[in-house]
Design a protein around this ligand. Structure first.
Ligand code: SAM
Ligand code: DTB
Ligand code: SF4
Length: 330
């Protein structure tokens, strides 16, 4: 029986309202629930707002790799760790090469193409090239997303005019823990760009990374920041830290995978209408762990064998997993 591929708002009785007034204690209480209670609640919320068996596929492309001026401790693309990581900085890709990758992504079944640049901020000299990429990718019938660092008002307007669907800009962790991970920009800088994007009418894609050595309170605070925004981000990527040799976080202690699933479930409950993306880190996750994340309310993944610079499961492994779980891509 082909059930619940499409969202059926009448499929559950309890309505979980959209709220923007969550408190810190409520979020912590959610995290502390017995696991099975938490997953049941998350799955109930999920079915109220989303098709139960659909997972959206976004494909990433690094259009400008490495040499970044920021010092994000998790990131292989920071110029500060160049000696240790051995990652070479490359120039901005040419339009035709980007479009060739977008065509492949479309043929593989991705619905959104996300172009990432290792920049602290977008520079005006690159704006025309970026808007041409957005227009070209959109013309292929794909949703467009870019992540280019901090933006100014006139830049968001240009991106909007080019037809940009989503801008990704993560808050990454709690405000309290932020200074331990990044010193070259502030939490407030991040929120300012996010507000500009929202005000321009571009969908916000904003989430974070877990496994940075933060505590549960930091994970709760990060989700609280997202869930108390004026409107919830349309997409919420939850990344598990990918440990890259040569970065300051290469050798930390791994986060309990169950805690990662809890983070997904809490995100789902706090932001019922958002698409929660099981993002970086899938390469080292078991199929069972990924299935738990879908059960907890994740309904998007990064698809294709590469994230920006690190590996991701290849498409065959994902398609096989979808087949085993009866999931449909969208
Ligand atoms: N430079 C821009 C910025 O930082 O906003 C855009 C590109 S940056 C690579 C995009 C996001 O990738 C970061 O905000 C972070 O959440 C995620 N990321 C980077 N390195 C990661 C890693 N090793 N593991 C998990 N997520 C990572
Ligand atoms: C997001 O939240 N995760 C993606 C995307 N947005 C840009 C990036 C993950 C990067 C993982 C490390 C790498 O491949 O360089
Ligand atoms: Fe640069 Fe973005 Fe990497 Fe930070 S996360 S070092 S801003 S590319």
């Amino acid at each position: 029986m082909d059930i619940a591929y499409e969202h059926d708002p009448a499929s559950t009785d309890t309505v979980f309202p959209l709220r923007h007034d969550w408190t810190r204690q409520e979020v912590l209480d959610l995290f502390e629930q017995p696991f099975l209670e938490l997953i049941f609640a998350a799955q109930s919320v999920h079915r109220q707002h989303h098709a139960a068996n659909r997972v959206q596929l976004s494909q990433l492309l690094s259009i400008k790799t490495g040499g970044c001026a920021e010092d994000c401790a998790y990131c292989p693309q920071s110029a500060r760790y160049r000696e240790e990581t051995g990652l070479k900085a490359e120039p901005l890709m040419a339009l035709d090469a980007v479009l060739a990758e977008a065509k492949k992504a479309k043929a593989n079944g991705a619905s959104r193409f996300c172009m990432g640049a290792a920049w602290r901020r977008l520079k005006d000299r690159d704006l025309d090239k970026i808007t041409a990429m957005i227009e070209g990718v959109k013309a292929l019938g794909l949703e467009t997303c870019v992540t280019l660092g901090m933006l100014e008002d006139h830049q968001v307007e240009r991106l909007k005019a080019a037809g940009l669907d989503y801008y990704n800009h993560n808050i990454d962790t709690s405000e309290a823990y932020y200074g331990k991970i990044i010193t070259t920009r502030t939490y407030a800088d991040r929120l300012e760009t996010l507000e500009r994007v929202r005000a321009a009418g571009i969908n916000v894609c904003c989430g974070g990374i877990v496994g940075l050595g933060e505590g549960r309170t930091d994970r709760a605070e990060m989700l609280l920041t997202l869930a108390t925004m004026e409107s919830h981000p349309r997409s919420v990527p939850i990344n598990m830290l990918v440990r890259v040799r040569g970065t300051p976080l290469a050798d930390g202690e791994d986060l309990d995978p169950i805690e990662f699933v809890r983070t997904i479930a809490v995100a789902r409950i706090l932001m019922p209408e958002s698409v929660v993306r099981l993002s970086a880190g899938r390469e080292t996750m078991s199929d069972e762990m990924q299935a738990l994340c879908f059960l907890a309310g994740a309904n998007s993944i990064f698809y294709g064998e590469k994230l920006l610079t690190t590996p991701n499961p290849d498409a065959n492994r994902d398609l096989e997993l979808f087949e085993r779980l009866g999931l449909k891509a969208s």
